[in-house]
Design a protein around this ligand. Structure first.
Ligand code: 5GP
Ligand code: MG
Ligand code: MG
Length: 183
């Protein structure tokens, strides 16, 4: 096979493009209901949230603005520590705004709980969270996620915005990687 083709790197597909799309239809309908008569500011967390932001926002009928943040969580190795640095802040003043944070995945939940506290300190009317995926460890942190796409097993996944060494974000599905990729 062509070495530049990613299909040989995929071990198994956890969620297909169709499954993701159908779930986002549901989430968007719920968000439209909940924010009826309100204006909405969608805050995407770079880079992982680009796919879910694009697909979720397109399904909304609610008037929505979009803004982006980039954060990095310090930590040893692959676990996040909860100590977060802002790499790119919002352009938008949050005073009185209804903020919906759009995330790819919640693992430990540490990054997100820091982010919620940070945004709440800026005087918004509300701050809620929508995440495409959630792992079991997220339950250990007290972060209330209003909209969740799928609860997935505690495995490292890529695709649909999620990377391994910056690759695989462009896959339209969520998958696990073949062992040879890591070696
Ligand atoms: P946490 O919730 O642990 O603070 O960190 C969440 C971030 O860790 C996510 O936004 C994502 O960037 C990364 N992450 C967590 N689990 C996975 C995973 O299974 N695959 C990938 N590619 N990134 C993950
Ligand atoms: Mg993320
Ligand atoms: Mg990453």
């Amino acid at each position: 096979m062509d070495q530049s083709d990613v299909s040989g790197d995929i071990a198994s597909i956890l969620l297909t493009e169709e499954q993701l799309g159908a779930k986002l239809d549901e989430l968007a309908a719920q968000i439209d209901k909940d924010y009826a008569g309100k204006d909405l500011l969608l805050v995407g967390v770079l880079k992982g949230a680009v796919m879910v932001m694009a697909d979720l926002s397109r399904r909304l009928h609610t008037k929505a603005e979009m803004d982006w943040m980039a954060v990095s969580s310090y930590g040893s190795g692959t676990k996040s520590s909860g100590v977060v640095r802002i790499l790119k802040d919002l352009d938008t003043d949050l005073t009185g705004r209804n903020v919906l944070i759009v995330e790819d995945i919640i693992d430990s939940g540490l990054t997100l709980s820091w982010l919620v506290a940070n945004l709440r300190s800026r005087g918004p009317a509300s701050v809620e969270i929508a995440a495409a995926l959630r792992k079991p460890d997220a339950a250990k942190v007290d972060v209330d996620v209003r909209y969740v796409g799928f609860d997935i097993p505690n495995e490292f996944v890529v695709g649909y915005g999620l990377d391994y060494a910056e690759r695989y974000r462009n896959l339209p599905f969520v998958a696990t990687l073949a062992p040879h990729v890591y070696s």
